[in-house]
Each structure stands twice: as structure tokens, then as C-alpha cells.
Design a binder for this molecule. Structure first.
Ligand SMILES: Cc1cc2nc3c(=O)[nH]c(=O)nc-3n(C[C@H](O)[C@H](O)[C@H](O)COP(=O)(O)OP(=O)(O)OC[C@H]3O[C@@H](n4cnc5c(N)ncnc54)[C@H](O)[C@@H]3O)c2cc1C
Length: 423
């Protein structure tokens, strides 16, 4: 039996590719090694399935710092608003949350995955679960997909949608890179992105701040000359090994890239009061101190920043909890205010790729046609989703990239199969 299109991998990119191929008349088979489809999709957005993001297209692309600009042509065919329409057209009502993130109104990933499964059934896509693919044999007229069981299936076009290497228990174990290499593709260096960072600072080793969450702070990554590479204003948390939370995840790829250049340490700069001007804050505090000279400095500063962080900064500046504000020198007050606005600490690594949310690097986009997701090297071969060297911030951007590239790959795999076989 010969298929027009075989899609390997049942994540968001593969599900969308299968639907698009079948909608364009292709006899389509979807092969998934796990016993469920959309595993990672189901755990995204804290288990509520963050299907896409509603920000304007240019903003979405900005939030995909790993080669997001490559997606401009794909977005002109199918973009984040088309994703919203696609799901709403299948009866999945969506709602917008913070930062433009879109979720099903049901708050259940099942709603999204079931809608995709119903669509696949409606379009007669043949689905094979528990079917790991071992290899692909590329041929002149047909490609042969070789299963781990030894069985072989012929197809005119093949779409590789097996994801990256992050969180491998969901099924994404990086199997597709070898198949891409066999076709002649370059795999750019893989690295963890959207990942927690490790630190050897004493306050981390001594767990002084472990478990402390800071809301809406600004975190910057500094280069070797202490110039800012990137800043993100979001929440963060101190952990037993370093730092994590949304601001850290967004900064992480810039840290990892600095470390990949051979640096052993990278400095992060934390501004706990990003909306306050440092000089103004100092002046305001001086006035409060003049009006309350007998009050302990700690009590004056309480409420401005979280108490645990305040205690830590006071200790750093050799001020004990009882010290009267009038007895604190101007230099010390200046130094405390400076620390509130410019606390620097060193990170020296990240958790491994397996523990990252997203894989950086992958199949080089230079070898992919941007408006079809077709290989420039091998006929009737397509890539989509996280296997490509494209990565975004969490917040629906990776899923958007997976669904958009999946749509194009499936559609064009079907077109190419139709030219080849005349379907
Ligand atoms: C905990 C977590 C939370 C996340 N939250 C967000 C978020 O909020 N926003 C966001 O944008 N992104 C998020 N992401 C990232 C996002 O989920 C992924 O980028 C996206 O799922 C990638 O889609 P994909 O289709 O390329 O690959 P995947 O979803 O990884 O799917 C690949 C599929 O291929 C199958 N497969 C692998 N090898 C084989 C083989 N040999 N044979 C057959 N099948 C195979 C796998 O079993 C898997 O089902 C999150 C990721 C994680 C881990």
C-alpha cells in the first residue's frame, strides 16, 4: 500500500500536518510512537493547553527569538489568528489570558486534543499509535518509512514532526535528527532553552532565598563588558539550585548562548522595583527617615520589597533588623537602594536539555523553503515543529510555530504528492 503523505509524530505540528494533508486530498497516515497523541501539547500552559497567542503577528515573531523571522512567509499563509479561527471552527471556544495567551474556555487540554482527534477521524487520517519509526529510506519516486517492528510503509511525501529533545518522557527523544542528517541536512547545535539556571552563589548554596518568589521584577543578562544583552520583566523564583520562573526562562537562552561561547559565568542583574527611579526612591526614603528617625530601617523599608529579600539585602549591607534609621549612613542607604534596583548575581549553567521546556537548535532553516517547509535537499521531504532550528518563549509561541509550520508542511506535502502521483 502506498500513502500520499506519512506524518511521523503526533504532537501539535504532526497533528496539524496530518489534518492539512488530508484536507488537501492526500491519503494520509500519522505514525506516533506513544500510545497517546498530543502528550506535550496536553501539559503545555500548566496542563491547560496554551494553543496560541493573540498578540499582533510582529509581536508573536519577536517572541520567537530563535529564528522567528523565518516564519514571516509561513505566517502570510497561516498565522496565529488562523489558529484561533481553526479551533473555534471546530467548536473549541478560546479565551485570552495575560500576555495574549490563548486557552480553551474549558481549561482542559482534552478539549483541544479531542477536537484534533475528531478532525483526523472526519478526514479519514489513518492513525497508528505505539508505532515508533526507526528510519526512513529516501527513494526517487517513493520514500519508505521503516518501523521499529521491521515493517515498511511506502509514501510519496514524508513529514518529519517528531519534536526536539526536551522532556523526553513525552516521546520527543530527538529521533528525527538522524533522519534529517541522512537526507543531507545540517543540524545546528542543540541546547536547552526556556530552562532554569544554576548558581554557585553562597546565598543559593546556603538556600537563604530558596522558595522566594518575586513578582513583576526586571531581570537582565549582562555580557562580558557588563552591557545588557536582554531584559525581561516578569516573575521569578529562587530555588535550591539557582533561579527559575518566567523571567528566568525567557533570559535562559541568552545565558546558555553566552556559556556556549566559553564563558564560565554570566552575571544577571535584578531590579526588584523596575517602575521606580533609583534617585527618586533614595530621596523619598531620606524624607521618611527624617520624619521617623527612631523607626528601625527595616520597618521603613518593609512593604517596598518582599520581606525575605529585604532581610537578605540588609544583612548584605551589615544592617541588623533593629537598627534605627537615623543611625544608617547615607552611603549605606544608597547602597541598599542600589541593591534593590541593581542586585547582581552569577549563574554558571542551566538544567540539562531533558529538563528544558524547549530545544534550541535543530534542522537548519537555511535548508528549508520558508513558505512550504519543504527540504531544499530532498524531494518530497518536509519538516515542522520543534525539530526545526526555531524556538520561542513559552506563552504559546512554540505551539504557534508548530501549528503554523505543520499546516504548511502537510498542505505542501499533499500538493507535491498530487503532482507526483496525480491524485
Ligand atoms: C512542560 C512543557 C510546557 C510547555 N509549555 C509551553 C507553552 O506554554 N507555550 C509554548 O509555546 N510551548 C510550550 N511548550 C513547548 C511546546 O509544547 C513544544 O514546542 C511543542 O509541543 C512542539 O511540538 P512538536 O509537534 O514539534 O513536537 P512534540 O509535541 O514534541 O511532539 C512530537 C511527537 O513525535 C513523537 N515521536 C518522537 N519520535 C518518534 C518516532 N521515532 N516515531 C514516531 N513518533 C515519534 C513523540 O512521541 C511526540 O508525540 C511546553 C513544553 C513542555 C515540555
Amino acid at each position: 500500500m502506498n500513502y500520499d503523505v506519512i506524518v511521523i509524530g503526533g504532537g501539535p505540528s504532526g497533528l496539524m500536518a496530518s489534518i492539512a494533508a488530508a484536507e488537501h486530498g492526500a491519503k494520509t497516515m500519522l505514525l506516533e510512537k506513544g500510545h497517546k497523541l498530543g502528550n506535550k501539547l496536553a501539559i503545555s500552559g500548566g496542563g491547560r493547553c496554551n494553543v496560541t497567542n493573540r498578540l499582533p503577528q510582529d509581536e508573536v515573531i519577536k517572541h520567537i527569538p530563535g529564528n522567528g523571522r523565518f516564519l514571516y512567509s509561513a505566517f502570510s499563509v497561516f498565522n496565529n489568528y488562523d489558529i484561533i479561527e481553526f479551533f473555534e471552527g471546530m467548536g473549541v471556544a478560546l479565551k485570552e489570558e495575560d500576555h495574549g495567551r490563548m486557552f480553551p474556555v474549558s481549561n482542559s487540554a482534552k478539549t483541544v486534543v479531542n477536537a484534533l482527534l475528531n478532525k483526523l477521524a472526519e478526514l479519514n487520517v489513518e492513525i497508528k499509535l505505539d508505532t515508533p519509526v526507526e528510519a526512513i529510506h529516501y527513494g526517487d519516486q517513493t520514500h519508505t518509512v521503516i518501523l521499529k517492528s521491521g515493517a515498511k510503509i511506502n509514501t510519496t511525501s514524508v513529514v518529519i514532526a517528531v519534536g526536539g529533545k526536551a522532556v523526553p518522557h513525552t516521546g520527543s527523544t530527538g529521533d528525527g535528527y538522524a533522519w534529517a542528517k541522512k537526507a543531507g541536512h545540517t543540524i545546528t547545535e542543540l541546547y536547552p532553552t526556556e530552562v532554569a539556571l544554576t548558581s554557585n552563589e553562597d546565598f543559593i548554596k546556603q538556600k537563604t532565598l530558596q522558595g522566594l518568589s518575586l513578582r513583576d521584577v526586571s531581570l537582565s543578562v549582562l555580557n562580558e563588558r557588563n552591557k545588557t544583552i536582554i531584559t525581561h520583566q516578569m516573575d521569578m523564583i529562587f530555588t535550591h539550585f539557582g533561579v527559575s520562573g518566567p523571567a528566568v526562562l525567557r533570559c535562559s537562552q541568552f545565558v546558555v548562548k553566552e556559556l556556549m561561547k566559553g564563558r564560565k559565568n554570566v552575571t544577571l542583574l535584578l531590579d526588584t522595583l523596575p517602575d521606580k527611579n533609583e534617585a527618586k526612591l533614595y530621596e523619598e526614603l531620606q524624607i521618611t527617615i527624617e520624619e521617623n528617625p527612631k523607626k528601625a530601617l527595616k520597618n521603613i523599608l518593609k512593604g517596598i520589597i518582599p520581606e525575605r529579600f529585604l532581610t537578605f539585602l540588609l544583612a548584605k549591607n551589615n544592617i541588623d533588623d533593629e537598627q534605627k534609621s537615623a543611625n544608617v549612613s547615607k552611603e549605606t542607604l544608597r547602597s541598599i537602594v542600589h541593591d534593590m534596583k541593581n542586585f547582581t548575581f552569577i549563574v554558571n549553567g542551566s538544567l540539562p536539555l531533558e529538563k528544558a521546556f524547549v530545544t534550541g537548535g535543530g534542522v537548519s532553516i537555511k535548508e528549508i523553503v520558508p513558505n512550504t517547509m519543504q527540504s531544499k535537499i530532498m524531494d518530497r521531504l518536509y519538516f515542522c515543529g520543534e525539530i526545526l532550528d526555531i524556538h520561542g518563549y513559552t506563552g504559546g509561541y512554540n505551539i504557534t510555530s508548530a501549528l503554523v509550520t505543520g499546516r504548511l508542511a502537510g498542505m505542501n506535502a499533499a500538493y507535491e504528492a498530487s503532482y507526483t502521483t496525480g491524485i
